[in-house]
Design a protein around this ligand. Structure first.
Ligand code: GYE
Length: 342
């Protein structure tokens, strides 16, 4: 069972059965690469004489959530700090815009192309074009589904699938709760929405008391999270919902508004678990409206440009660079919020 799956289950069980903070929860900074895979830098250009300024094209998904905004800030600030010439293009959630931006980076002949793919599939042709142009590619945050792994040098982001026996052991010893769950899914076809849904379903399959009764996309935004939660609550099953699992904090924050508008108490009448660990989620936990958030670290700038600089210098780069994360609950939110960086 994967680490992310365990973390989700831990969060939901914590909320659904109002358990106290589990001993397996930890809080860590997300800056250390954690992979022992053989270094590889396929597609990288031959190391050349040091250039005055490294040129990087970055295609960002959009600005759909607080997570994404923190991610953008981290990337832009780190580029500035290192004197890197960053061409930053916002795709406004559209894959076609991302593909256009990637092609423009080929024309500009940047040193490295980096992007966070909005969805998993459909990248093969443009990645082949980039490879033919001899430009190395770094993926950040979200994975792509391609048959040829040499189409990119490295993927830097949270690990949704790797095992983490340490964290998992905490919830395994606990009794399961009972909950009729509403699920707000992320962007359809995106790696985090696919993995978070799959992981969550695997986990609750082992707990007969946990049952998903409503599930729909809220597209990772606050507005859509609110709208979809409102429709869940108005549906015939609405009155039965006792828990919400949201694929990100923004949708949970929108849903909290809808729950209050329906005259119910978020965090009490409906237990809520979400993912990301953004500042507003900590505020909601302090206010007792959100029960748990599973951290997904957006501060990928330093790791991204470490990889970029290594590639440009002709040094080997790990194929998979993993960020580390923790799980946070209401009980410690007032303390935790003091040290949050995003
Ligand atoms: O959870 C969500 C964002 O890809 C991990 O995208 C990221 C997700 C994050 O919009 O808030």
């Amino acid at each position: 069972m994967s680490r992310m799956h365990r973390r989700l289950a831990l969060g939901l069980l914590t909320a659904a059965s109002a358990l106290t903070l589990l001993s397996g929860c930890s809080k860590q900074d997300g800056s250390t690469p954690n992979s022992s895979e053989k270094p590889k830098a396929d597609g990288a250009k031959e190391p050349s004489a040091p250039k005055s300024q490294v040129r990087v094209g970055f295609s960002q998904i959009g600005a759909e959530s607080d997570w994404r905004k923190a991610n953008t800030e981290s990337i832009q600030a780190e580029a500035k700090k290192r004197g890197i010439d960053l061409q930053f293009v916002d795709a406004q959630q559209k894959q076609e815009n991302q593909i256009k931006a990637l092609r423009s980076f080929i024309v500009q002949d940047v040193d490295v192309i980096a992007f966070s793919p909005v969805v998993e599939t459909g990248w093969e042709p443009v990645l082949k074009e980039i490879k033919d142009a001899g430009i190395p590619v770094v993926l950040t945050d979200r994975a792509v589904d391609v048959s040829d792994p040499d189409l990119f040098v490295t993927f830097i982001g949270a690990d949704f699938v790797e095992e983490d026996a340490g964290r998992g052991s905490g919830w395994r010893r606990r009794p399961g709760g009972n909950a009729k769950i509403a699920e707000l899914q992320g962007t359809p076809g995106s790696a985090p929405a696919i993995d978070r849904k799959k992981g969550f379903e695997e986990i609750i399959a082992g707990y007969p008391g946990l049952q998903i009764i409503k599930s729909q996309t809220g597209e990772f935004t606050r507005a859509k999270g609110r709208e979809v939660m409102e429709s869940f609550l108005k549906s015939p099953e609405g009155k039965d919902i006792t828990a919400l699992f949201s694929h990100n904090d923004d949708m949970a924050l929108g849903a909290i508004q809808a729950i209050e508008e329906a005259g119910l108490k978020p965090g009490v009448d409906i237990k809520i678990v979400s993912i990301d660990g953004v500042h507003a989620a900590f505020e909601a936990m302090v206010a007792g409206k959100l029960n748990c958030t599973v951290e997904c670290n957006p501060l990928l700038g330093p790791q991204l440009f470490d990889a970029v600089e290594a590639i440009v210098a002709g040094k080997p780069v790990e194929k998979r660079i993993v960020t580390k994360e923790g799980v946070f609950t209401q009980e410690t939110a007032a303390e935790d919020i003091k040290t949050r960086q995003y």
